[in-house]
Design a protein around this ligand. Structure first.
Ligand code: SIN
Length: 496
């Protein structure tokens, strides 16, 4: 088969390598460079190695609890049962995970995990180690790589995906394929504050929506609790809290315990909201205190964070550092079955672009690289038997969409810009949501969409994709009237 994989994170590279090894003709397409995207930025690690007293069943339970009960148990079962083999495969491909003096893998603990089960590489450089190994394997293979090629749309013929349309320079180029695997990541750039790189504009999810694939759960956006509050969004890994760092307010009080008995290691959505509320109440950022870990431990265990915080003028071994939540991960995406098949024949989706059913309403820390490896491999195996996702799987309904309200809504007070959209999403479709705020946001997004000129450049196409996903996310958030997981609704008058 001719297979096109769009995206170069762990999910896409795993799918491409496995498809190549199975004898398919594979091409990887990316709008950036091979080795770009979110994966190289991942700090925490990969959950899935079970020490004494731990088990796949316990990992599954933690995943489902973090997902607020909305995970698909069958998908979670696949994740925890197949994770160990995929981690072993990464080792075989050359990823050097950190080990203790006895040669055993060092296992980190992160929030909402009941055991230490997270393997890491280079201390806090796990994603970079994974990306380097997979990129090297791709370069050594027969896989073709097409860089600086922007996905404009999927080509659909007779109800099946038959290829992709790219923008290369100023030219539109059509490529045919027997199967297309979207591994284009999430859409963190919907928000003013995010840990995601600039390219995280949801291009694959938007293309799938336009092609008619089912998309779901876009209201579930995970906000990471601890991003350095000064400078561009730099993640301070959850593993730092896992090692014992604490969150302090202006009175040096560990306020996270007000929100949850697990304090700093409560699920991410709980900690993020506690920080947002405390930040608003005290009129400035809360602080993460890692001083008790000591300078040498911090430098050894978290070399990347140690370097970047120092570059930004903070000595975190001596003083707590200011932190804020930021958009981090999209739980929703293109609906797939357990093999990455979407509802469109010929189209697969893996990794953050997919809604595989693993994460429910809130992803458990360090389950994302794992999901990419597990479901990327499964999609490659399923290529030969591609068909539309089986309706018997009980897939969620197509994302509910409100019709455009052109005539009802006043013209927008603000002109569209990406920054204006990101601020609107942060304010109204962010950590704390109200009916009024969501309605206002949706009206503005819809009028921006209506007025947007036909896109020509890559940046304009990205804007159009962001607006499409913003509309879908705000509609989904408005339609889900209860608070669950990362989606938190509160009465309009209460505020933060
Ligand atoms: C982190 O290191 O805190 C991020 C890990 C993750 O998002 O799973």
């Amino acid at each position: 088969m001719n297979v096109i994989v769009v995206g170069t994170g762990i999910a896409g590279l795993t799918a491409a390598l496995r498809a190549d090894e199975a004898g398919h003709d594979v091409m990887i397409v990316t709008k950036g460079l091979l080795g770009g995207g979110c994966t190289p930025l991942a700090q925490g690690g990969i959950a899935g190695v079970y020490g004494e007293g731990d088990s796949p069943a316990s990992h599954a339970e933690d995943t489902i609890i973090a997902g607020a009960g909305l995970s698909d148990p069958a998908a979670v079962e696949v994740l925890v049962r197949e994770g160990g083999a995929r981690i072993a495969e990464l080792v075989a491909r050359g990823v050097v995970f950190d080990r203790g003096p006895d040669g055993r893998l060092l296992l980190g603990r992160e929030a909402a995990h009941s055991h230490a089960r997270v393997v890491h590489a280079g201390g806090d450089a796990t994603g970079a180690a994974v990306s380097d190994a997979l990129v090297a394997a791709v370069r050594a293979s027969a896989i073709q790589v097409r860089e600086h090629a922007f996905l404009l749309d999927l080509i659909v013929l007779d109800g099946a995906v038959r290829g992709i349309r790219l923008l290369e320079g100023t030219a539109a180029v059509d490529l045919s394929a027997d199967a297309v695997i979207l591994a284009t990541g999430g859409a963190g750039r919907l928000y003013a504050h995010t840990t995601n790189p600039e390219g995280a504009t949801g291009d694959g999810i938007a293309a799938a929506l336009r092609a008619g694939a089912d998309v779901a759960d876009l209201e579930f956006v995970q906000f990471h609790p601890t991003v350095l509050a000064e400078g561009p969004g730099f993640l301070i890994s959850e593993a730092v809290r896992g090692e014992g760092a604490t969150l302090l307010d202006d009175d040096d009080r560990r306020f996270a315990f007000d929100a949850h008995p697990d304090g700093e290691l409560a699920p991410r959505d709980v900690v993020s909201r506690a920080i947002a509320r405390r930040t608003a109440a005290q009129g400035g950022p809360v602080r993460l205190d890692a001083t008790a870990l000591g300078a040498s431990t911090l430098a050894r265990r978290f070399p990347t964070i140690d370097r970047v915080t120092r570059e930004r003028g903070f000595d975190w071994a001596r003083q707590p550092i200011p932190v804020t939540p930021a958009a981090h991960y999209l739980m929703g995406g293109i609906v797939t079955d357990l093999d990455g098949r979407t509802t469109l024949p010929g189209l697969f989706a893996v990794g953050e672009a997919a809604r595989s059913g693993v994460h429910g309403a809130n992803r458990l820390a360090s389950n994302s690289l794992l999901e990419g490896a597990v479901f990327g491999a499964r999609a490659a195996v399923a290529l030969g038997v591609a068909s539309g996702a089986d309706p018997a799987l009980g897939l969620p309904p197509r994302q509910r969409k409100r019709p455009l309200r052109r005539d009802e809504s006043p013209r927008p007070a603000r002109d569209f810009s990406r920054a204006a959209l990101q601020m609107l999403m942060w304010d109204e479709v962010g950590l704390l949501r109200t009916d009024d705020g969501l309605t206002r946001a949706l009206d503005l997004i819809q009028s921006w969409r209506t007025d947007l000129p036909a896109p020509r450049s890559v940046a304009q196409h990205e804007d159009a994709n962001l607006l499409l996903l913003a509309e879908a996310a705000a509609s989904a958030a408005l339609a889900r009237t209860e608070s669950v997981g990362a989606h938190f609704r509160e009465p309009a008058l209460i505020g933060v």
